[in-house]
Design a protein around this ligand. Structure first.
Ligand code: ADP
Ligand code: MG
Length: 597
């Protein structure tokens, strides 16, 4: 499932394979250790409240006795008042402390997962759906709270009460205790068969919640196309299916949980009758008296409460364990090393040179090679155009430079140094990258521009807005730079989006600028203007463009012809028209003329 594994990256700092996942128990204990103080305090307060509840009847009895005997009752009344106040305070306080600890545990789990997701390698998205990952952050994390806070307390109180009751029973008659425990052990075995089913069903519930997120994301992320294709119903049905699947699995989990609860009750009934039979025999033989048997039978019934608590806690643990498994899956997706962001290079930093040496690359071990021995070099400064049929591997070249993927073999050198040996943030700080689809993020124009250069001054911003001819747009927008652009920039035209993306890249003062079909949607006037800007930039920066426009290509200092993952030729327009048939063909049939709209 991890496409990168098994490839050898020269100089790459591929992290070692992650260790096997911890058991759910371990993860849970880790979470609980981190909040042990509030968990303990909450548990103690809860116990205190219930102990007071147990003691109060005794105090009331004393009060009634004293009243009947005409003794002074002020002391008892005071004690009763104090106990009532204490229990009224301890109950809610304990619950608050516990809930708070549970929420802290959720927050920690979320933080951990979010920082991992932010570092995910691009390749992780070749095999996972963002919508599903989102559900793990939002939904699965909340299930840990249940286990860590609620079921822990249930488990402890239930366990303590169970042991206490069993001790009393042992004092009354050890033989009958053994009989009782024997019956309960049978029930325990049945429960151990049921509980894994709860965990399986819970995992399926969460899986379908993830599917629902992915299906929703698929529709909402391409709503125009879905509507234009008349596919709302069919796509909606997929979301509904996931929701129903989640319902079905929840019902299955409920069934197993109900069965588990019932098992506890049945066990008690069974224990009661067994104790009655064995105890009757023991009374007859004179081993115990009738009073002991009756007391013992009462204790058997007392076991129900703690037993139910324990079973519930066990069930909740299964649900939590299912969630923990899903969190661990997400945490094991390949991620980049955690590095603090590097500052942008100073303006006077020299532009970067670039060299590909016999680079081979495939996206996954079972996929064909995209690059088969790519070799070229680009000096610092100047513009290099990459041309070739679609699918030739041009975009992939840029992905390798940004180290979104590592080459399968061969090396890529930036300023003579293997990109794998660069500190990743430092490498990316050198580069301005406009990807093929010129994405704009939801938010304001200002936020979009400052994405890659948060410290840029207003002056710098104004300058790039002018050079990318966005100044008119800013004046037209209702709130200028602070106008919101809609999700994925839907309030802009395609050409405007591309110019925002270029402006964003320029604001980083890149030492290497990668433009992947970045002006494909511009009109002739804007294209000519942007071309001038890029030529200007290329005087001080190394510029690589993937272009389909003759005007852009002819202007480049050198043209690299890419076909099926190999470099066919490198030269100027005049040279290639003569010497390279594919280029001549592209130039006459595929390149768009300069005034193309
Ligand atoms: P170009 O930009 O020259 O049109 P690309 O570099 O985008 O071509 O793609 C080169 C080849 O790699 C294509 O055959 C494409 O289908 C394949 N490809 C691109 N991205 C992926 C990916 N994430 N996983 C698998 N194959 C991919
Ligand atoms: Mg491409």
């Amino acid at each position: 499932r991890v496409p990168e594994s098994g490839q050898v990256a020269p100089g790459g700092d591929r992290p070692p394979a992650p260790p096997p996942p911890d058991s759910a128990w371990r993860v849970l204990l880790r979470h609980m250790r981190q909040s042990w103080r509030p968990l303990l305090l909450g548990g103690v307060l809860g116990l205190l409240a219930s102990v007071i509840g147990l003691v109060l009847p005794l105090v009331v009895r004393r009060l009634v006795d004293d009243l009947g005997a005409d003794r002074p009752v002020a002391g008892v009344l005071l004690l009763m008042g104090a106990l009532v106040v204490l229990s009224a305070a301890a109950g809610p306080l304990g619950e608050y402390v516990l809930r708070r600890a549970g929420e802290s545990i959720v927050l920690t789990a979320r933080r951990r997962l979010i920082s991992h997701l932010m570092r995910l390698r691009i390749s992780a998205f070749d095999s996972s759906e963002p919508g599903d990952l989102m559900s793990r952050v939002t939904s699965d994390t909340t299930l840990i709270r249940q286990v860590a806070a609620d079921s822990l307390i249930g488990g402890i109180t239930g366990g303590v009460a169970l042991v206490a009751t069993a001790t009393m029973m042992g004092v009354l008659d050890p033989v009958l205790l053994v009989v009782t425990l024997g019956v309960l052990a049978v029930a325990g075995t049945v429960l151990r068969l049921i509980m894994p089913q709860v965990q399986r069903a819970s995992q399926e519930v969460q899986q379908s919640v993830g599917l629902m997120g992915a299906a929703l994301e698929r529709v909402l992320g391409a709503l125009r196309t879905v509507k234009a294709s008349g596919a709302e119903q069919r796509e909606g049905a997929a979301v509904h299916r996931a929701a129903e699947e989640s319902w079905r699995s929840s019902v299955r989990a409920a069934k197993w949980l109900a069965l588990a609860g019932n098992t506890g009750e049945l066990a008690i009934q069974l224990a009661f009758f067994t104790v009655l039979a064995v105890g009757g025999a023991r009374v007859t033989s004179g081993a115990i008296d009738v009073g002991t048997l009756i007391a013992f039978l009462m204790y058997v019934y007392f076991l129900i409460g703690p037993l139910q608590l324990l079973i519930r806690a066990f069930g909740q643990y299964q649900v939590g364990a299912a969630a923990i498994t899903r969190l661990q899956e997400a945490e094991r997706l390949p991620a980049e090393p955690e590095n603090p962001p590097a500052p942008l290079p100073a303006p006077e930093t020299a532009p970067a040179s670039l060299e590909f040496r016999d680079v081979h690359f495939r996206y996954a071990p079972d996929l064909p090679l995209v690059h088969r021995g790519v070799t070229f070099s680009v000096p610092a400064r100047g513009m290099t155009a990459f041309v070739g049929p679609s699918g030739a591997g041009k975009t992939t070249l840029f992905s390798l430079i940004e180290r979104f993927y590592e080459p399968t073999s061969g090396s890529i050198l930036l300023n003579g140094r293997d990109v794998g040996a660069w500190d990743l943030p430092e490498l990316r700080a050198m580069i301005g990258y406009v990807e093929q689809d010129a994405p704009v993020l939801s938010g304001s124009l200002r936020e979009n521009l400052l994405l890659g250069a948060p410290d840029a001054s207003d002056d710098e911003m104004r300058r790039v807005l002018r050079t990318t001819r966005l100044d008119d747009l800013v004046e037209r927008l209702p709130n200028g730079l602070d106008s919101l652009l809609g999700s994925r920039g839907t309030k802009l035209s395609g050409g405007e989006r591309q110019r925002v993306a270029i402006a964003r890249a320029l604001l980083r003062r890149p030492r290497l600028l990668l433009l992947d079909e970045a002006t494909s949607q511009l009109d002739a006037v804007n294209e000519a203007a942007l071309r001038k800007t890029v030529t200007e930039v290329a005087r001080t920066t190394t510029v690589l463009v993937v272009a389909h426009r003759l005007s852009t290509v002819t202007q480049a200092d050198r043209i690299v012809v890419v076909d099926a993952g190999t470099i066919l030729a490198i030269g100027t327009h005049a040279e290639l028209i003569e010497a390279e048939p594919l280029y001549a063909e592209l130039a006459t049939t595929q390149f768009l003329p300069a005034n193309h709209r």
